[in-house]
Design a protein around this ligand. Structure first.
Ligand SMILES: CC(=O)N[C@H]1[C@@H](OP(=O)(O)OP(=O)(O)OC[C@H]2O[C@@H](n3ccc(=O)[nH]c3=O)[C@H](O)[C@@H]2O)O[C@H](CO)[C@@H](O)[C@@H]1O
Ligand SMILES: C=C(OP(=O)(O)O)C(=O)O
Length: 441
């Protein structure tokens, strides 16, 4: 087992480069199995645990996948299998993104139900409603969603109840090989949706309107492999922007695209952070005193839920009361309990967290409850007194490449260490400031 150990007190400075976006590369890799012919080459692929998982899913479905130096090639010309078992979907919900492509290309898909997770229940009703509207028969049973269609799916109009990112992507990928025109309304507008549409169009699809709330897809008979480079990760970029701001540092986040980060930039500026858009990225200058701010997470172009916990860390330093309202996920405040171990003053009222700052943060042993929460705890550790030890790094590894190394490159006192899997009574007695009774070996 590994931990990240942070000693607070260093100002960050220098440059950090963002990777390709996790949330763009996963649907793009899933979409690559739509190609009956040719090979797809995908560039700027981040070396994340989630990327390895989706590659395994594709291999399981009988596609050839190779991954070297941030480039993936996929050849899916052979006959595909159509089942994604629980062992993959359990690790990563985005495994369910192969459902649309399989249904479109083979007419059948059987995917383990993703189930609940640390950020709340995440149903797939909008995906299912769309597949059914396109003529698929969908059954749920024995922990699986199974969908099938005789012949091709049929293009139709689909209105989503909520602009779900995954449903928009799954339905777009299903519609590209459908007969006729599909119009998706009230769909997600995230930059990753546009990236997927660009890749699909390079494969020979006819998708217009991605990035707006109505997407129109004219089905074609076949698609071929294509080349595509993944957009920069706006969430990783935002995470480093917040890390720079909290330490009063001066950091250039190379590759960050301001157009994708408007809601974060607006809030940081409201708090007194100086943001400069430079040619090759975004420069962040953190002030010594931060103003409080109220934040409500929303689908894009609203404030992203994937930056909510990192922003909470920053608000702990601000002078005054701030309110964060989480509207996207029903249970994305698990990190609050962990921040409290670090002496944070946060109250939860329904879907809102009320933060009374500035909090004098103290180092403690904390757990990454999800991937963004893990990053947020490391960020809080950057300004805490003493040592913060973050465990459950498997979450952080889903979404961040070399997180500790990159922060250390900016001057932070952060390292990743191997620790004994099971604690003995003696080692527990030697742990500083441990507020919780651990399980003994
Ligand atoms: C791999 C990937 O891209 N993950 C992102 C994607 O997840 P994901 O695609 O799972 O997120 P969705 O936009 O689908 O989910 C948002 C909300 O809609 C609900 N919902 C969704 C589908 C559905 O059929 N029914 C339903 O009720 C979910 O439970 C959740 O409360 O968008 C989220 C919201 O920006 C981000 O936090 C995730 O990082
Ligand atoms: C919630 C996230 O991802 P996923 O949808 O893959 O769980 C995230 O990236 O913050």
């Amino acid at each position: 087992m590994e931990n990240i150990i942070v000693r607070g007190g260093k100002r960050l400075s220098g440059n950090v480069r963002v990777e390709g976006a996790k949330n763009a590369v996963l649907p793009v890799i899933a979409a690559s199995i739509l190609a009956h012919k040719g090979t797809s080459t995908i560039y700027n692929v981040p070396a994340l645990a989630d990327v390895y998982t989706i590659n395994e899913v594709l291999r399981h479905l009988n596609a050839d996948v190779s991954y070297e130096e941030n480039t993936i090639t996929v050849n899916a010309q052979g006959d595909l299998l159509t089942e994604a078992p629980f062992e993959y979907v359990r690790k990563m919900r985005a495994s369910s993104l192969v459902m649309g492509p399989l249904l479109a290309r083979v007419g059948h898909a059987r995917i383990a139900l993703p189930g609940g997770c640390a950020i709340g229940s995440r149903p797939m009703d909008q995906h299912i409603k769309g597949f059914e509207a396109m003529g698929a028969k969908v059954n749920i049973g024995n922990g699986f969603i199974e969908a099938s269609v005789n012949g091709r799916l049929k293009g139709t109009n689909i209105y989503l109840d909520f602009p779900s990112v995954g449903a928009t992507e799954n339905l777009m990928m299903a519609a590209v090989l459908a007969e006729g025109v599909t119009v998706l309304e009230n769909c997600a507008r995230e930059p990753e949706i546009e990236d997927l549409a660009n890749y699909l169009n390079a494969m020979g699809a006819k998708v217009t309107g991605a990035g707006d709330s109505t997407i129109r897809i004219t089905g074609v008979k076949a698609l071929k492999g294509a080349e595509h480079s993944i957009i920069p990760d706006r969430i990783e970029a935002g995470t480093f922007m917040i890390a720079a701001a909290i330490t009063g540092g001066n950091v250039l986040v190379e590759g960050a695209r301001a157009a994708d980060l408007r809601p974060l930039i607006a809030k940081l500026e409201e708090m007194g952070v100086i943001i400069d858009e430079e040619l090759n990225g975004i420069r962040v200058n953190g002030p010594d005193i931060l103003k409080p701010a109220d934040i409500k997470t929303m689908p894009h172009p609203g404030f992203p839920t994937d930056l909510q916990s990192q922003m909470m860390a920053l608000l702990l330093k601000s002078k005054g009361t701030s309110v964060i309202t989480e509207t996207v996920f029903e249970n994305r405040f698990m990190h609050v309990e962990e921040f409290r171990r670090m002496n944070a003053d946060i109250k939860i009222e329904g879907r809102s967290a009320i933060i009374n700052g500035p909090c004098h943060l103290q180092g403690a042993e904390v757990s990454a409850t999800d991937l963004r929460a893990g990053a947020a705890l490391v960020i809080a550790g950057l300004i805490a007194d003493g040592v913060t030890r973050v465990n459950e790094l498997k979450h952080i590894d889903r979404g961040y490449v070399d997180f500790a190394d990159k922060l250390r490159g900016l001057g932070a006192d952060v390292k990743r260490v191997e620790v004994e899997e099971k604690l003995t009574k003696e080692s527990v007695n030697n742990l500083p400031k441990l507020n919780m009774k651990p399980k003994f070996a």
